[in-house]
Design a binder for this molecule. Sequence first.
Ligand code: GLN
Length: 535
Amino acid sequence: MSKFIFVTGGVVSGIGKGISAASIGRLLKDRGLSVFMQKFDPYLNIDPGTMSPYQHGEVFVTRDGAETDLDLGHYERFIDEELTKRASITTGKVYAKIIEKERRGDFNGATVQVIPHITDEIKNAVYKAAEESKADVVITEIGGTVGDIESLPFLEAIRQIHAENKKEDVLFVHTVLVPQIPGSDELKTKPTQHSFKELMSNGIKTNVIIVRSDGKITESIKNKISLFCDVPVDAIVQSENVEFIYEVPLVFHKNGLDNYILRKLDLGNQPESKGEWSKMVERFKTADKPVKIALVGKYVELHDAYLSVQQALLDAGWDNGLMVEIKWINSEELTEENSDEYLSDVDGIIVPGGFGSRGLEGMIEASRYSREHNIPYFGICLGMQIGLIEIARNALGFRDAHTTEVEAKTTYPIIDLMDSQKGIENLGGTLRLGNYDCLLEPDSKVHKLYGEDKIVERHRHRYEFNNKFRSDLRRAGVQFVGINEDLDLVEIIELKDHPYYVACQFHPEFKSRPNRPHPLFVGFVKAAFEKSKAN
Ligand code: GLN
């Protein structure tokens, strides 16, 4: 039997509700409990897969191929568990399911309504997650803020879950902002009081309040919140502004939040944390050797579009005593004429995933620059594809080499669609998604880094390297060091006679964890550090 924690947000969005939920997950794991986490997003898209990164930031991919909200990346990094499709529910998914059932005639003549049909489906998503994961605690974050019209069915569903379970099995956590008034420096709790009232009007009385604020939430402010929101003072915790997001669980612990939750959920006397997370954070804080990595992409003004890549770079650095500084370079601005100006001072160049033609030539220029100047290169997904196009163009003289995603009529379709992708019409959910095996070449850099013959990595792309060009590219020094044997697809390449040129078709960033940084990121930042010594 699982216990349930529901995390809602009030006052404003963007105050770290996902990090708070993930931090609670970490705390409970540190107390010896198993945890599953899920996110409910109230929008009508089935998933964020077809949304612009400007709308949504990165699309995170689970091992079973769900395209999800970036908060799932926080969850996996904080709780160090692989989540599944069950971890990501949207209004679109819920309605699609109900409408499909209605068309089949499953409702036996009933009028299909938000309550009970939609709410039942939402509750089912919680109970199914508990049943499948068998976790001691399922933590569910409700996207958006209370008061949003579209969140209402989700709030109603969790109210019902509270009503139909024992009171010690369900806990509500509400995250709020206590703003500081410029000039007077006064902290204002009124928005929190309103948010509490709004939640109450949905039948939900929160047990815990997590407060973000630029000021200090003193005992007297806690007393005031406690009085107006009917929550005990020891269940009001300030999520202080911290240097490392990984400190948040430690801040919560310092404030006694784990003990409070264990008590409220009647989870008895769990062993004290062994303190590994805090040792990790302490170690991260001592990382001081600077390494400068250029991240070249078309959404660089929006760092959230590359959240997991960014985090995997930082984590791999910190874990090895390196302080990675990311130089964000807009690939639309990068040309052969100005690449020296942008790239001559960096120790490594990374080109992450992406879609479409915008900024592609700048990415190609970045990979040329790293190849010709012996700068460590790490290409991820699109970053591998453009790397191979660059080599075909500049080392083999295939002048119009391209990907058919952008140039259908190229003489050299270095990157092309697999047969199984031809004729697919729907964009949503039809990419090559989730886990695929990859066999590593024994005598390769990546084999040494992974220390394994066979790996499993997560994918999210439609196009592949075109095997017709294997022998041409081999002539240019490309080594095909990672292969999916079932589909005969190239998954990793390396370049001979280059200090570190590694590119992969999958997304290693999704499997990187602060406590277990991904081998390809570790190899890359270490190579960049070697380069920095030479710089
Ligand atoms: N647009 C490319 C494809 O679909 C690369 C995708 C990606 O980088 N995630 O294959």
